[in-house]
Design a protein around this ligand. Structure first.
Ligand SMILES: Nc1nc2c(c(=O)[nH]1)N[C@H]1C(S)=C(S)[C@@H](COP(=O)(O)O)O[C@H]1N2
Ligand SMILES: [Mo]
Length: 198
């Protein structure tokens, strides 16, 4: 028997599994009005459009089962999410050929950036159900982004917009020192120190 415990290979390095569901966000939980809420697809695309809450719920649903990882070192196993394939929503907007990045916009001016290619993965969804129930407001409900292959700050709660860009534009945490890519399997927690801090 080794003296030390073997690391669980199903959990990224530096993460601890929790049965709870920690809550992390800046600002207050915003009010949601199902009549006035819109999800806007805008920026560099040929078919900018808006979805209402009813439109979103009328889209074909997809589901995903798996683990989520927060940069603050908790992981939660076997979570179950239901929503709409992000790829299908993006394709309808017809992003221009030069688009390289996607910025999620959310309540309280929260933003987060990702390469377009990352968001086309089938695990990326705009979600409205967690473990068989509507997502609670405190967890970004009724509608949030879901990008399980990145640390959870790359999944905006209270999603309101998707912007297509030619070139990158770091979001709320990315400009505050979080890693631009945020892949938990590469432990991409924090970026390089800005020159003025070094
Ligand atoms: N709109 C918004 N979305 C957000 C955040 C935020 O501050 N505002 N925080 C992010 C961070 S840092 C994390 S870890 C997850 C936390 O989601 P949870 O509270 O459902 O666990 O939401 C992400 N999405
Ligand atoms: Mo986070």
């Amino acid at each position: 028997m080794p003296f030390f415990k073997q690391r669980d290979p199903t959990v990224p390095a530096g993460q601890t599994v929790t049965d709870g569901f920690p809550i992390l966000h800046v600002g207050d939980v915003p009010a949601f009005d199902p009549v006035t809420w819109r999800l806007r697809f805008f920026g560099l695309c040929d078919n900018p459009y808006e979805l209402t809450w009813d439109d979103l719920r009328a889209q074909p649903a997809t589901e995903w089962n798996g683990d989520i990882h927060c940069v603050t070192r908790w992981s939660k196993k076997d979570t179950h999410w239901k929503g709409v394939s992000f790829k299908s929503l993006i394709e309808r907007a017809k992003p221009r050929a030069g688009v390289t990045h996607v910025v999620q916009h959310a309540a309280n001016e929260y933003t987060t950036n990702l390469p377009l290619a990352v968001t086309l993965d089938e695990s990326c969804m705009v979600v409205y159900e967690f473990d068989g129930k509507p997502i609670e407001p405190i967890h970004g409900g009724p509608v949030r982004m879901f990008v399980p292959k990145r640390y959870f700050w790359k999944s905006a709660k209270w999603l309101t917009g998707i912007e297509f860009l030619e070139g990158d534009r770091p979001g709320f945490w990315e400009v505050r020192g979080y890693h631009n890519d945020g892949d938990p399997w590469k432990e991409e927690r924090y970026g390089d120190m800005p020159a003025w801090m070094a």
